[in-house]
Design a protein around this ligand. Structure first.
Ligand code: HMG
Ligand code: MG
Length: 307
C-alpha cells in the first residue's frame, strides 16, 4: 500500500552501485559478459544512474580489471554510467573510452586513505585535483562525483568527528566536484549521527542538493539512516541491487543498502524512483544464481519466495 508521509521528497534519484561496489568485493572475478548483462538488466528495470566499473590499478582491485573490455559493451545501455577514477592514469583510461561521469574517492580518515589509496588524506586530495580539473575542461565537461569514505566510523580509528568529515568534504567540493557521496563504508552510522553530519555540512555552506548518501548495511541501519537523510532533504541515494558489496580495503564492510529494500520503502511512501521492483528483483535473483549464493536483501527474498 502506498501511504505518503509528510516532509519527504516527491522523487529520489537512485545511484546504483552493485556492478562496482558489489562486484569489486567478490572473491572471484565475475565474467565480463555477466557484468554487461547485469548492467543492461538494471537499466531495463528503470535505473538511470548505474556505476559501471573502476579504472583503478588492476592489482589493487583485480575483480574490475576488465574495465576496458566491459565499458564499450555498455554503449547501448541508455543510462548514465559513472566510473571510479583515482588518478590521472585512471582518468586517461576512462576518457579514452568516452566516459562522461567520473567519481574520485577520498577518505575522512588517514588510515583508510593509506590502505585504499596508498596516500595521506592531503596527498590523495592532491592526486584528485588534476583529475577533477581535467575532467571539467572543454565544452562538455564531465560530471564529477566526490565520494567520501569513513564519514561515521573507521575500523582502525573508531568514531570519526563530524568536523573532520566536513573539512575533507569541503576540499572535494572546492576542487570542483559537482556532488558529494557520504560513505558509511562499514555501516556503523545511526540516524542521529546522519542528521548531525548533514546539519554540520549545511552550516559550513554545503547545500543539501549537492549531497548523496551511501550506506552499507552491516548493522541493519541503512534504511533508517536513509529515511533520516530524506527527511533532511537529500534526494540522491546510493544502493546496490540485491545488497551486493563491501570494500576490499575495509574488511568489516558488508553490502550496501539493497536497492530492492530501498525501492520497497520509497514505493510505500509514494516517492517516485522510476524503478520496476519486480524486474529489479528478477535481476538480483539471476545475479545471485551467477554468484552461487542467495541475495541478502530481505525484499528480494520475500518477493522471490516460492512455496
Ligand atoms: P600506487 O601503488 O600508489 O600507484 O597505487 P602509483 O601511483 O605509485 O603507480 C604505480 C604503478 O601503477 C604505475 O605503473 C602506474 O602507471 C600504475 P608503473 O609506472 O610502475 O609501470 N597505475 C595504474 N594503472 C592502471 N590504472 C590506474 C593506475 N594508477 C597507477 N588507475 C592507486 C595508487 C590509487 C592506483 C591504488 O591505490 C588504487 O588503485 N586504489 C584503488 C582502491 C579501490 O578501488 N578501492 C575500492 C573503491 S573505494 C570504495 O569502495 C568506497 C566507496 O564505495 C564509498 C564507501 O563505501 O565509503 C566508494
Ligand atoms: Mg561503498
Amino acid at each position: 500500500m502506498n501511504v505518503p508521509a509528510p516532509g519527504l521528497p516527491a522523487r529520489v534519484r537512485i545511484h546504483e552501485v552493485g556492478a562496482r561496489d558489489g562486484l569489486q568485493n567478490e572473491k572471484t572475478a565475475v565474467p565480463t559478459a555477466v557484468k554487461a548483462e547485469f548492467i543492461h538488466r538494471l537499466a531495463a528495470a528503470g535505473l538511470r544512474t548505474i556505476e559501471a566499473t573502476s579504472f583503478v590499478h588492476p592489482k589493487w582491485v583485480p575483480q574490475l580489471a576488465d574495465a576496458e573490455e566491459l565499458f564499450p559493451q555498455l554503449a547501448d545501455v541508455g543510462a548514465e554510467l559513472p566510473v571510479l577514477v583515482p588518478n590521472e592514469r585512471g582518468l586517461d583510461r576512462a576518457l579514452a573510452l568516452g566516459a562522461r561521469r567520473i567519481a574520485v574517492f577520498g577518505s575522512a580518515t588517514e588510515t583508510f586513505a593509506s590502505r585504499n589509496l596508498n596516500r595521506t588524506v592531503a596527498e590523495s586530495l592532491a592526486m584528485f585535483e588534476p583529475v577533477v580539473a581535467r575532467a571539467k575542461e572543454g565544452d562538455t565537461p564531465a560530471h564529477v562525483r566526490g565520494y567520501l569514505s569513513m564519514c561515521f566510523g573507521d575500523p582502525w580509528e573508531g568514531p570519526v568527528p563530524v568536523h573532520q568529515v566536513v573539512s575533507v568534504a569541503k576540499a572535494l567540493l572546492d576542487m570542483g566536484c559537482d556532488e558529494l557521496s557520504l560513505g558509511d563504508t562499514i555501516g556503523v552510522a545511526t540516524p542521529g549521527h546522519v542528521r548531525a553530519l548533514l546539519a554540520a555540512l549545511n552550516e559550513s555552506g554545503v547545500t543539501t542538493d549537492r549531497i548523496g548518501v551511501h550506506f552499507h548495511d552491516t548493522y541493519g541501519q541503512a534504511l533508517s539512516n536513509t529515511l533520516a537523510a530524506l527527511q533532511h532533504g537529500v534526494t540522491t541515494v546510493d544502493a546496490s541491487a540485491g545488497g551486493l558489496g563491501g570494500c576490499p580495503y575495509a574488511k568489516s564492510a558488508t553490502g550496501n543498502l539493497a536497492t530492492e529494500d530501498l525501492v520497497w520503502m520509497l514505493d510505500g511512501l509514494g516517492i517516485e524512483t522510476g524503478v520496476d521492483l519486480a524486474a529489479l528483483t528478477a535481476t538480483s535473483v539471476w545475479m545471485a544464481e551467477q554468484l552461487g549464493r542467495p541475495s541478502p536483501s530481505r525484499t528480494v527474498r520475500a518477493l522471490s519466495h516460492k512455496e
